[in-house]
Design a protein around this ligand. Structure first.
Ligand code: NAD
Ligand code: TYD
Length: 350
């Protein structure tokens, strides 16, 4: 029996990782630690939350004493650290919460792990889940490699870059057994509708304008969230101590081409005449410091660990749209109250 801590397990990616680990590893006790910010939602886990190898703890990684107490109590064998502030636009309007959770919170976890593991690190693992945004912005060609120099450009990516450096520093200085992955943009069920794809699905379904920043020419490399969860599972179990692996879909889309694809899919699903939803596309003021292009070279994880994405984008988009249409209550629930205020501030006043 192993006891594994997953932080941020009520969020988008974290909930897919928790579900996968709880179902696949009945001999692990999975402890999901989440403070339930606007992005955390226990609804995401209602299918597994009564299973005997799952426990939820509501707690803030910024509270160092609480982290030490939890590590002491559970004697975790492994940590999968996903808790973070994750939205670039929010980091532009409120950087401090990103500094606290993404940097200070990560250090609190590193300290707590170091304290209980001391020199007995055999079989232990601190896995830090990070983003390709730490590498900055690409021009029209090239890919991010694990050896690419860090060049973060937004408060979000700078805070994640900082946490990556600290994780590596704890490995180098204290021999903490760590592994890091840097993944490209995820999409799929349960993503909060502040991010492009669920925001567009929500707006198209409600016949609301789809806001496209700038000219819509920015490029992202999209990966279906369950493919990311599968990569996380693999790296957690088979990744080499101290290593970094890039994870990506080799699936680059300009924002405008992606939105057109979504519009076509939704026109079909909603029984609208072809081209109807494209009429909702609205170009709005660009994001400050908007990174032009992200693209991952995932050769290392593919060659060393045998991971590759399982889904084609069209298939992933179809599954994603089907999920949101089948779960209007989930979207309506998270898109009310505080989200409406956020949306108003972010888009209406631009
Ligand atoms: P998310 O915003 O959907 O979820 C974050 C979760 O962390 C939420 O459940 C939230 O309640 C929790 N949390 C936030 N602050 C906390 C705190 N102080 N203490 C405890 N819990 C806290 O994020 P996501 O999109 O699922 O991303 C998860 C991780 O993966 C993040 O570290 C992010 O940087 C990384 N990542 C995300 C993407 C992406 O495309 N979404 C891509 C690559 C890497
Ligand atoms: P997002 O989903 O916020 O992810 P990230 O900024 O971390 O890559 O945005 C994806 C792309 O979509 C990015 O280039 C910004 C753009 N975008 C829009 O054009 N309009 C929007 O309303 C949002 C949220 C994003």
């Amino acid at each position: 029996m192993k006891t594994i801590l997953i932080t941020g397990g009520a969020g988008f990616i974290g909930s897919h990782v928790v579900r996968r680990f709880v179902n696949k590893y009945p001999d692990y006790l999975i402890v999901n630690l989440d403070t339930l910010t606007y992005a955390g939602n226990l609804e995401n886990l209602k299918d597994i939350d009564t299973l005997p190898n799952y426990q939820f703890v509501k707690g803030d990684i910024n509270e160092s004493v609480l982290m030490n107490t939890l590590f002491e109590k559970y004697q975790f064998d492994g940590v999968l650290h996903l808790a973070a502030e994750s939205h670039v636009d929010r980091s532009i309007s409120d950087p401090m919460s990103f500094i606290m959770t993404n940097i200070v919170g990560t250090v609190n976890l590193l300290n707590a792990a170091r304290e209980i593991w001391k020199d007995k690190t055999e079989g232990k693992r601190f896995y830090h889940i990070s983003t390709d945004e730490v590498y900055g912005s690409l021009g029209e060609t090239g890919f991010f490699l694990e050896t690419t120099s860090y060049d973060p450009k937004s408060p979000y990516s700078a805070s994640k870059a900082s946490s990556d450096h600290l994780v590596r520093a704890y490995h180098n200085t204290y021999n903490l057994p760590v592994v890091i992955t840097n993944c490209s943009n995820n999409y799929g069920p349960n993503q909060f509708p502040e991010k492009l794809i669920p925001l567009a699905i929500h707006n198209i379904s409600h016949n609301k304008p789809i806001p496209i920043y700038g000219k819509g020419e920015n490029i992202r490399d999209w990966l279906y969230v369950e493919d990311h969860a599968a990569a996380i599972d693999l790296v957690f179990h088979a990744g080499k101590n101290g290593e970094t692996y890039n994870i990506g879909g080799h699936n680059e889309w300009t924002n405008i081409a992606l939105i057109r694809q979504l519009c076509q899919t939704l026109d079909k699903k909603l029984g609208r005449a072809p081209g109807t939803s494209e009429g909702l596309i609205t170009y709005v003021k660009d994001r400050a410091g908007h990174d032009l292009r992200y693209a991952i070279d995932a050769t290392k994880i593919q060659q060393e660990l045998g991971w590759k994405p399982s889904l084609q984008f069209e298939e992933g988009i179809e599954k994603t749209v089907d999920w949101y249409l089948a779960n209007p209550g989930w979207l309506a629930n998270v898109a009310s109250g505080a989200y409406e205020k956020y949306y108003e501030k972010q888009y209406t006043s631009r």
